[in-house]
Design a protein. Sequence first.
Length: 336
Amino acid sequence: MPASDLTQIDETLPSGMPSIGLALGGGAARGWAHIGVLEVLAENGIVPDVIAGTSIGAVAGGAFSADKLPELKDFALSLNSARRVISLADLTPLSSGLVGGKKLESRLKNHLGGLRIENLPIRTVFIASELATGHEIWLRRGDMIEMMRASYALPGVFKPVPINGRALVDGALVNPVPVSVCRAYGARLVIAINLSPETMPHGGVVPDLPDFDEQLALAEDEETDANGPEQRFGWRDLTGLANPFRTVLRSQFGASDGSGPRGIPAVMMQSFTIIQDRMTRSRLAGDPPDVTIDPYVGGIGMFDFYKAEQAIAAGREAASRKLDDIAHLSERLKIS
């Protein structure tokens, strides 16, 4: 369904307009910060009437709408090492995605299985992208886990999710922070949670680069090789992992900090981050939220799902900073 056709998305919009909307942005592992933000908002009596989530924002928003945020937090905190994260990666290298996603789907079903989006107590919308056309798809009905999977199906990492004859992928390709969705569903006060890293440069042009010192580069390569693959890829704790694909996992998901060779997913994820940052700034400039919560997540890589404690704390701290702004705007808009 094209996002522009609201009558096809939901033919039974309520007569009373929602007051508060939450737009939960995409950001892979940085998305654990949403948990901290949602906790602080709930603790202060700020309950949204509509939630729009993209990618990891769909997972957090759906869990919150289903009153399962504590369970999602427990799951996130259980991924306290790279080994545990990798244990959820069921490789499917000969398909359209490197990771099958069945293990992750199974974990989500433990607490969210059988739920449908349209039956949630809070109006909830997930954002996905149609692979064939690039259309922005708003998912408002159906099995919640299936809709989540469509929203976070990062191309190349997860396989596209077929829904109603359309191949759907990560919604961050078209709407990284879905403020526009909250507006369309009538939210008067829109709070956006933006996970773009603060370290992403906002400049655009580097006019020249210094001469490349080939000898220095060779020396650095020799030093890296001497350190061995465990040091080079930073996966020392995976040495004993009983997985025939552990070499592939190390080479493909390791060295996301620029300290060594990058695997295809790591390069793709960094490229995706650049695109998402540019898209986010463009979309927010055209349709700005009333309040933007920006958790400090620059030190968390897109694959660093084992840094949930750090991300959640960042979310709590960022949300706490904006409580006065939310209260002030709520009073001005007479939102009860």
